[in-house]
Design a protein around this ligand. Structure first.
Ligand code: C2E
Ligand code: MG
Ligand code: MG
Length: 646
């Protein structure tokens, strides 16, 4: 005959089984919190099973030896007390997660321990006292005088959880708040139900309902999923990484960036792009067996795998590299190749937090993209580069606060009259000890942040000060370096005009140098701003022509009055046939389209003569003068510049 009083316990078992099924994921690392939740699950299951067993055994006590009956009942008491205690500890832990008052957490811990001790003592002494239960001569189960005290435990625990919540209400997470609000209500409803139907056993149901609430609130949102690829998103990656770091587990992580993804979106539309992303996600998921794949950002994925021997880690990387090289179909007629870049990091016992790992990965991805690498390993050398970058970023910030940036000037030789009528203003930074830091080290970093704006204005100020002072009467203009991004900022023309006005400097005395790289990145928009500024009297020079970004058509179509041929073109002007052919062809070409030419990086007299021979209008380089501060520049004009003979 089926015992209907047990129906809710059977249902509770099914609930718990479902939670276990969804919670179980062997790839996941065990953290103290996960371990605690597992303990809740296991203790709840065992206490329900034991409860059912006690009823069975009681029904058939004639056939069951008394010691077994005693043992099962004792075990039931042990597991149900342990279950409520562990659930309480779990909830208190979540409650105190963001609370700084560790003293409060300690007090709560002591209270739980004291409750545990009282109940342990009661259970341990029961065979002698019979306070909880005992058996009569015929083997019938009889409740002891303190039998109902077991129900006092959850009540005490709920009071504890609610009081801790009331004490730290402001720092308790939203999910925990919800739990604190609904658990007492649910318990009260179940108690009412129990009073109406006293024959029903509800112990397991109580626990299962609480476990379900915890699972829905905390555990099931563990993996936040990206809706398109169905992979975990960035925050699930950082959560998993944090768990591994906390558990001091080593791991291998690979960040996969798709360099040309925006192009695929442009050509095949977003729907086409999504199809490719979905396929990449599936492939990476397949290749991350034993670990996880995540969509880290729009066109960036991450694979996180447990640590293993170096050879296997190499193979994993190779598999991802070769998978990414294969074509991906966009529709039934078209397939695309992704220009993927992969950064790999093997984490071995480092003390980095998840944010540090992410920063290092993103830094390396940036480096790999700039250097056109397909695979880049975060090794000691990269670690050094990263540390240097951080140092420089930090020191740029303090340098800004402590006015350690200076404007230096490098005069330019005019081929027509042999005089130094113009100069380029260049930024310099001093470190804490007063040593110069090369712009090559900090300008590219500054360009990636807003710092570049401040630097540019420092240089423009410096140039205006020099021009306003009139200390070098033959100086017709000074050129300053600008990024195209700065040009696109609203109000830049007005700000520049106001600054020049303040210094009584005419727009024709300041030339704006822009590298072609930054121009091509921002295309037509930059050209229109340049046109507008030209209308107000400003002129532009294209910097670093020949560094690989240049293309003639954009040079010609943009309103530049000067083109500066990069040092890399000038270097071989006397020794290399190709270089001399290029320079000798380019200069007349630029002249024909109405642009004057500066030869950069002249380091010898021969180079200077060759550049002049090929028609360069101005020459800049260490052969004439290195960049120097304004004061030194004035002195240089007096002692060297005005008497200079080539
Ligand atoms: P750039 O604008 O092409 O500046 C010319 C660079 O070439 C300067 O380096 C100059 O010192 C160097 N140079 C000139 N003649 C010679 C030579 O004969 N031999 C060699 N080896 N080098 C020579 P510097 O001052 O280190 O600046 C490097 C780059 O940093 C600049 O290249 C420019 O792109 C950037 N930069 C400097 N100051 C600023 C600034 O205020 N704003 C921005 N946006 N960029 C700046
Ligand atoms: Mg320049
Ligand atoms: Mg240059």
């Amino acid at each position: 005959m089926f015992d209907w009083t047990l129906i809710s316990e059977y249902l509770a078992l099914i609930f718990i089984a479902v939670v276990i099924y969804f919670y179980y994921d062997k790839r996941q690392i065990t953290t103290p919190r996960r371990r605690l939740f597992w303990s809740c699950l296991i203790l709840t299951t065992s206490s329900i099973v034991l409860n059912i067993l006690t009823i069975w055994v009681d029904d058939m006590h004639a056939n069951v030896p008394l010691p077994i009956n005693v043992a099962i009942n004792t075990l039931y008491f042990v597991s149900s007390v342990a279950m409520t205690l562990v659930i309480t500890v779990y909830l208190l832990m979540r409650e105190y997660e963001f609370v700084h008052d560790k003293q409060g957490a300690k007090m709560a811990g002591y209270t739980v321990a004291a409750l545990g001790a009282i109940y342990a003592a009661l259970i341990a002494t029961n065979p002698w006292t019979g306070w909880l239960f005992h058996f009569d001569a015929s083997g019938d189960y009889l409740r002891g005088p303190l039998n109902r005290i077991v129900y006092a435990l959850p009540v005490a625990e709920i009071i504890l959880i609610v009081s801790c919540y009331l004490l730290h209400r402001k720092s308790v997470s939203l999910s925990m708040r919800k739990i604190v609000r609904c658990v007492p209500i649910i318990v009260a409803l179940l108690l009412i139900f129990q009073r109406i139907y006293p024959e029903q056993l509800l112990n397991g149901t109580f626990a299962a309902v609480i476990i379900l609430i915890i699972f829905m609130n905390f555990q099931s949102v563990r993996i936040e999923v990206d809706s398109l690829t169905e992979l975990g998103n960035r925050s699930s990656f950082t959560a998993e990484l944090a768990a591994r770091i906390e558990a001091k587990q080593d791991y291998q992580v690979m960040l996969v960036g798709l360099r040309n993804f925006s192009e695929i979106n442009r050509v095949y539309g977003h729907a086409g792009g999504d199809i490719v992303l979905f396929q990449v996600a599936r492939k990476l998921e397949e290749l991350s067996r034993g670990g996880f794949a995540y969509r880290f950002d729009g066109d960036e994925f991450i694979v996180l795998l447990p640590h293993t021997d170096a050879a296997e880690q190499d193979r994993r990387l190779d598999r991802i590299v070769s998978a990414m090289r294969k074509p991906w179909s966009v529709d039934k007629d078209h397939a695309v190749r992704l220009n993927a870049v992969i950064v790999e990091m093997r984490h071995l016992g480092k003390q980095w937090g998840p944010e540090n790992v992410v920063n290092r990965l993103e830094f390396s991805l940036g480096v790999a993209k700039r250097e056109n690498a397909e695979v880049l390993r975060f090794d000691d050398q990269m670690a050094e580069r990263y540390a240097k970058q951080k140092r420089i970023l930090l020191s740029m910030q303090t340098a800004m606060q402590q006015n350690r940036f200076e404007t230096w000037f490098q005069p330019l030789y005019c081929a027509e009259n042999g005089r130094f009528e113009t100069a380029e203003a260049l930024i310099r930074m001093r470190d804490e000890k007063g040593r110069l830091v090369s712009p090559g080290d900090f300008v590219p970093l500054a360009e990636q942040s807003d710092v570049i704006d401040d630097l540019t204005w420092i240089v423009i100020h410096g140039a205006c000060d020099l021009l306003q002072s009139g200390a070098i009467p033959e100086l017709r203009y000074v050129s300053v370096n600008l990024t195209a991004r700065q040009l696109l900022q609203t109000g830049v023309t007005e700000r520049l005009a106001a600054l020049l006005d303040e210094h009584d400097v005419d727009p024709s005395q300041i030339k704006l140098e822009i590298t072609e790289r930054t121009v091509t990145e921002n295309g037509a928009l930059v050209a229109s701003v340049m046109e507008e500024m030209r209308g107000r009297g400003f002129e532009f020079m294209m910097d670093d022509f020949g560094t690989g970004y240049s293309n003639l058509s954009s040079t010609v179509s943009m309103p530049f009055t000067y083109v500066k041929l990069d040092k890399s073109l000038i270097d071989g002007i006397c020794s290399d046939k190709n270089s001399s052919l290029m320079v000798s062809t380019l200069i007349p070409f630029f002249h024909k389209v109405g642009e004057k030419v500066v030869a950069e990086g002249i380091e010898s007299r021969d180079q200077a003569l060759a550049a002049i021979d090929y028609g360069a209008d101005r020459l800049q380089g260490f052969h004439f003068a290195k960049p120097m501060p304004a004061g030194e520049l004035c002195l240089w004009y007096r002692t060297t510049g005005r008497q200079f003979k080539l």
